[in-house]
Design a protein around this ligand. Structure first.
Ligand code: NAP
Length: 490
């Protein structure tokens, strides 16, 4: 049930108080809270999967996997915190003999303050209530005010219950995590504009993400909004690869395009290739493979309606032809569709870069290498870009690859973008408009860095320094001491 602004104000006051209390806790206590949250989520019974299945239409197998991923996120971010990675502690020792004398300077990273998190509809566990944004903010030491996604309210409440149980068991204050249902866009924007909130984590549409960025920028004290938004994730088909295995590549591509009814921000929705006989073999196999796709229900009727509306809008653009489509779909389902357009049309029409969230792809057929280069240069920022190529294709297209790299946050060689590994080296975030800040990831333990800020201590007595900066290195973490990475004491 939606809460009133008065109730929201009370929750924000509790979050502010919790922030001060958590700041006094040891890092190990925070690590322990995160591990307890992982245990509580792991222990949730079948009612979690059943609720999510009912509310999102996602199959049980997928939800079971997503639950395991969510638990893993909490555990791996806890491990990262225990290892000191998000603290990035560094020490430059004093030198009294230098002229002028050099002071002792030590740097760590501290929590920003309470964070508002807006979960996504397409990952009810891993990117929602107990998802990566919440886990990163808690790891950073920030209380979380979670705005529940209206697409899965019961699932959200069950997950919130697990977090709240762990908060109580671990001796963390009320206000460490709050679950709020808000009745209007105005209330959601009020949350972001509230002075207690110091950062925002968001996953969803461009429209909503940009609205929140604008609200945050207009505050008296502007705050960062880490919005992970839409992307069409271009796939580049290179001639060497196509000549060698056009049919095989087409079949693999359709598998990635239609996975989860295409409801991934990393869905490969754009193909860029040069016109050739091998491309005709690719498109022929693609038509055959699309014909075999069994339609399935989308997350909710709103997303299905948006899919069919956005798809119609795109295929009715000048020069666009439908190449393959699953027509026999029931209400609420998303029929896989692939359309095709020339490179010259693509260059003159920005609407062809609009995300159609679902199993939709547009092939841009270019007449030569120059046109591929021009089309690539015109692309908006992307979460990912994929090269289906041979090593010789890569060697022969270095200038093009340079441009592709400037457009994306993850560049993939002979693999597919759907499937975002949770690890330190993952970057899930790309140049605008795929995300609002291309410097930070929302997946992998580096996601914690979004919610901390550097703090330097100068000539500070050892006994009053935070644990991670003390001479003895009691946390046994990696630190940069006088420019050398070490676990040694100072
Ligand atoms: P959404 O419309 O962006 O909503 C996400 C969250 O933001 C919801 O909690 C929503 O609350 C809130 N919100 C929406 N507009 C807002 C505004 N102007 N100001 C403040 N808060 C706002 O995303 P969705 O409902 O999950 O899916 C809709 C579309 O988003 C999809 O069709 C797809 O295009 C895209 N999408 C992208 C991703 C991705 O990973 N990039 C994931 C899922 C969806 P209320 O609903 O309560 O207003």
């Amino acid at each position: 049930m939606s809460i009133s602004i008065e109730e929201l104000n009370n929750i924000l006051e509790k979050a502010e108080n919790a922030f001060l209390t958590i700041g006094k806790f040891s890092i190990q206590k925070r690590v322990s809270l995160m591990r307890t949250i992982a245990e509580e989520i792991e222990a949730l019974g079948p009612e979690l999967i059943q609720a999510a299945k009912r509310e999102s239409n996602l199959p049980e197998g997928r939800l079971t996997g997503e639950k395991a991923r969510t638990v893993f996120q909490w555990r791996s971010y806890a491990d990262a915190l225990e290892n000191g990675s998000p603290l990035d502690a560094s020490i430059d020792t004093a030198n009294s003999e230098r002229t002028p004398p050099k002071p002792d300077i030590r740097k760590t990273h501290v929590a920003l303050g309470p964070v508002a998190v807006f979960g996504a509809s397409n990952f009810p566990f891993a990117f929602s209530t107990a998802g990566g944004d919440t886990a990163s903010a808690i790891a950073a030491g920030c209380p979380v005010v979670l705005k529940a996604h209206p697409g899965h309210p019961e699932t959200s409440l069950i997950m919130a219950g697990a977090i709240l149980t762990a908060v109580a068991k671990s001796g963390f204050p009320e206000g460490t995590f709050s679950h709020v249902e808000l009745g209007s866009i105005e209330d959601a924007q009020y949350l972001v504009s509230h002075p207690v909130i110091k950062a925002v984590g968001f996953t969803g549409s461009n429209r909503a993400g940009i609205a929140l960025v604008e609200v945050a920028a207009k505050r008296k004290e502007p705050i960062p909004v880490f919005a992970e938004m839409g992307s069409i994730n271009p796939v580049f088909l290179f001639s060497g690869k196509l000549n060698a295995s056009a049919s095989e590549v087409a079949a693999q591509y359709v598998g990635s395009l239609t996975l989860g009814v295409g409801q991934f921000c990393t869905n490969p929705g754009l193909i860029i290739a040069r016109d050739s006989p091998a491309l005709s073999i690719f498109t022929q196999t693609l038509e055959d493979e699309i014909a075999k796709v069994v339609p399935a229900s989308m997350l909710n009727p709103g997303i299905a309606k948006a899919y069919s509306g956005n798809r119609e809008k795109l295929v009715s653009q000048s020069g666009v032809a439908v190449l393959a489509a699953v027509e026999e779909v029931e209400e609420g389902q998303g029929g896989a569709t692939v359309a095709i357009v020339s490179g010259s049309e693509f260059l003159t029409n920005d609407a062809l870069q609009e995300e159609v969230f679902g199993p939709f792809a547009l092939i841009v057929k270019c007449k030569n290498e120059d046109e591929i280069f021009a089309v690539t240069s015109k692309l908006h920022g992307q979460l990912t870009a994929t090269l289906l190529a041979t090593v010789d294709d890569v060697a022969g297209n270095q200038d093009l690859i340079e441009v592709i790299q400037s457009k994306c946050g993850r560049i993939i060689f002979n693999n597919f973008p759907t499937g975002v590994e949770v690890c330190k080296s993952m970057h899930h975030g790309g140049p605008f408009p795929s995300s609002s800040n291309s410097q930070f990831t929302s997946v992998g333990s580096d996601a914690i860095k979004r919610f901390v800020r550097p703090l330097s201590f100068q000539n500070w007595p050892d006994e009053f320094l935070p644990e991670e900066l003390k001479n003895a290195n009691p946390l046994n973490i990696w630190r940069t001491v006088d420019n050398v990475l070490t676990k040694e004491a100072v």
